[in-house]
Write a protein that binds this ligand. Structure first.
Ligand code: IVH
Length: 683
């Protein structure tokens, strides 16, 4: 085996993994994707090839070619949308993801692989639209709808029944003789283009930030904590798949199941083509691409599936996706328009992002008037100039991008764009570090950076302070009423009342929301500080390991590095943050103001696990991971993320994969859930 240059390739593998984890968090937890599906798929492919390079024999891969169910310890095999605030539900059959392709050749390879398995010349497939929404699993028991659940980590998801109750088309009961006793019906919750436009228009009027796309808004809506709020946004549902079914083998094929769905009054996809070969499937895909723009739901591709359930079972699946289905993603729609101006925005870390102001153009369901230009190199590389005709596309139907300039239409008088050298807000000279693509405003007191920091602190993923959005923060900062996070907690009622858009009630609501936010968990406060590279999951880890801000502020790089999930970049970033006097001062003030800057410590119940390190894997039956962690900690032990020689016990639930193998290899004691509980009981 080629000896790997461990430093270099390890770092890049880790970096790509971290980048993917960050995008997973943005997508699944915060509903705020920053990149398109195409870009995400590209990252995933990059990771796959790096992994193959690092492990050419597949010795440590989670999918050694064997059929395997996803396990929650293998990182985000299918992502993880679960939130602490929701009750979990275990799927009878795992909810997998689909392999994606943008290429006809790859689609034909998919067919060739299956034909080799079944030793036939052609196979019967079903072709249907890929709806761009949120996956859902409905469980009907004796014909009564019991729960609607998100995909979660594939094994268990969040119960969101309360947030989709207002969908009229969702049958609460199925009346049909011979209906299976328990059946999981899989489908997609979506928001129509029309509803999406209605909501965004209203937000635009209130100067609130616009939602990125219908899928994003749908996924944010199913995860609202207040079902009444969810009712104000019209969600819809369409159903296409069979999950678990008791008794099994009730249905023979997807086409017969699709027919039954229709007979039960379920909303089904209108394009459902049964074909006998890959060639006909390909024609159906092209036909669908023509028709899909008229559908009420957003679509981003076609899904081709083997029709026969027994053949699906024989084809099997990998840890991530079935081998009997593939999603062919349609190329994004493109439009030509005029680039009227280029402006630059200043982010909370001072990063300068150039933005194209476009003559508004209809693109894949929305009107586009802005597009990110990423950074100065990108503008120079594409030689994008103000006044150019440009081709814009919505990669993955999310973020509009300027693809290229139509050079033939460029005016002779046009001049190359000169990237500003000074901050558009505070006029400081911009700087650019060698390792970075972005120019930065180095002025910590730049009003745009302050706004960004306050917005981030108040955002849903951090402190979740209601009614403290962009427009309000803009006024607070411009008027000098808040220039740091602690200033928010000194705001007086009369000051808020004086802001545009506030009346007595709303002003009091904001004061109350701020005061209530002092009770938010410590990890939210930590996350809200906006330390570079420290998102919500790192904040949770740091909160439980350090217990409070004072300990974290004093931690050395070595102590930080000892924590699973904290790498050199994050450790340095934490050190840098607290070495900055303004950050240090603001943090101390937050402690004095009474925000929760300590993790509530459970009283220790015994010390049977004193000095012992546990790793958790798989899904536990009687408790979730947080509860198991608390139990271990309250008996003196600690929980770590990965198995190593230092691990004392692996607590293994159902579906534990690679960690279990590693523990066995290293001779680490493996505890089942029952033996773990027995140990605690006996002590
Ligand atoms: S079948 C075992 N059919 O795409 C795979 N999925 O990337 C079962 N999706 O999580 C999925 N339209 O949310 C299937 N017609 C369709 C779909 C579809 C949209 C979503 C689904 C899934 C994701 C996979």
């Amino acid at each position: 085996m080629k000896k790997k240059d461990s430093g270099q390739s390890d770092r890049s593998l880790k970096e790509v993994r971290q980048e993917i984890a960050e995008h997973d968090e943005l997508y699944y937890k915060l509903s705020q994707p920053k990149i398109s599906d195409q870009q995400y798929d590209k990252l995933k492919r990059e990771l796959e090839s790096l992994e193959a390079e690092a492990d050419p024999l597949g010795l440590f891969s989670t999918d050694g070619g064997e059929t395997e169910v996803p396990s929650s310890d293998q990182g985000p095999v299918v992502g993880d949308d679960r939130l602490d605030e929701f009750k979990s539900h275990r799927h009878l059959t795992p909810m997998l993801s689909l392999d994606n392709t943008y290429d006809e050749g790859e689609f034909l390879e998919f067919d060739a692989r299956l034909r080799r398995i079944f030793e036939v010349d052609s196979l019967p497939y079903v072709v249907e639209p890929k709806i761009d929404g949120v996956a859902v699993s409905l469980t009907y028991e004796n014909g009564i709808l019991r729960s609607a659940v998100t995909r979660g980590n594939g094994v268990e998801g969040d119960i969101i029944t309360q947030n989709i109750q207002h969908i009229d088309a969702l049958p609460r009961a199925i009346k049909s003789p011979g209906l299976p006793k328990v059946i999981e019906i899989r489908g997609e919750i979506y928001m129509s283009h029309l509803e999406f436009l209605r909501i965004n228009e209203a937000r635009d009027k209130s100067a609130l930030p616009l939602y990125a796309n219908p899928r994003n808004l749908a996924s944010g809506t199913v995860k609202l904590l207040d079902p009444k709020e969810a009712m104000e946004r019209k969600l819809e549902i369409v159903l296409y798949g069979l999950g678990g079914c008791l008794p099994q083998d009730h249905f023979k094929s997807l086409s017969s199941f699709h027919r039954s769905l229709g007979e039960w009054g379920m909303p089904v996809v209108e394009f459902f083509k049964c074909v006998d070969s890959a060639k006909d499937a390909w024609s159906a895909i092209l036909e669908l691409d023509d028709l899909r723009h008229d559908y009420v739901y957003p679509t981003d591709g076609a899904v081709v599936k083997l029709d026969s359930f027994s053949m699906q079972e024989d084809a099997g699946h990998t840890a991530k996706s079935p081998r009997w289905a593939i999603a062919y993603k349609f190329e994004s729609e493109r439009q030509e328009t005029l680039l009227e101006d280029i402006i630059v925005q200043v982010g909370r870390t001072g990063a300068i992002t150039p933005v194209a102001c476009l003559r508004p153009v209809q693109l894949a369901g929305t009107i586009v008037s802005r597009a990110s230009l990423h950074n100065s190199d990108e503008i120079a590389r594409k030689d994008i100039r103000v006044g150019d005709s440009v081709i814009v596309e919505k990669a993955g139907e999310i973020i509009p991008q300027v693809l290229e300039v139509v050079l033939a239409k460029r005016s002779d008088a046009s001049e190359a764009y000169v990237f500003p050298r000074k901050c558009p807000k505070c006029d400081q000279d911009l700087i650019r570090l060698e390792s970075e693509t972005a120019w930065r405003c180095p002025n910590y007191s730049c009003l745009e950076q302050i706004k960004g920091r306050l917005e981030y602190f108040a955002s849903r993923g951090c402190m979740d302070i209601e009614n403290l959005g962009e427009a309000v923060i803009d006024q607070l900062v411009e008027l000098g009423l808040a220039r740091s996070i602690p200033d928010l907690y000194h705001l007086r009622f009369d000051q808020v009342l004086g802001l545009e858009g506030f009346a007595e009630k709303s002003a009091q609501n904001l004061i109350d929301a701020l005061s209530d936010s002092k009770d938010r968990e410590f990890w939210r406060v930590l996350c809200g500080l906006g330390i570079k590279h420290v998102g919500s999951s790192a904040s949770k880890d740091l909160a439980s390991k350090f217990g409070g801000l004072p300990a974290l502020m004093d931690a050395s790089v070595e102590e930080l590095l000892a924590i699973d999930g904290v790498g050199a970049i994050m450790a340095q970033s934490i050190k840098d943050f607290f070495s900055h006097s303004e950050n240090l001062e603001a943090t101390k003030q937050l402690i004095d103001l009474g925000l929760r800057c300590e993790q509530a410590i459970q009283a220790s119940q015994s010390s049977i696990f004193e000095g012992k390190t546990f790793v958790l894997t798989g899904t536990l039956e009687s408790m979730n991971r947080e509860q198991a962690t608390l139990m271990i900690e309250s008996h003196g032990g600690r929980v770590s993320g990965s198995v190593s020689k230092k691990t004392d016990f692996l607590l293994a639930g159902i579906g534990g994969g690679s960690k279990l193998q590693k523990a066995e290899r290293l001779g680490v004691d493996v505890l089942t859930e029952a033996s773990f509980l027995k140990l605690i009981d006996e002590n």
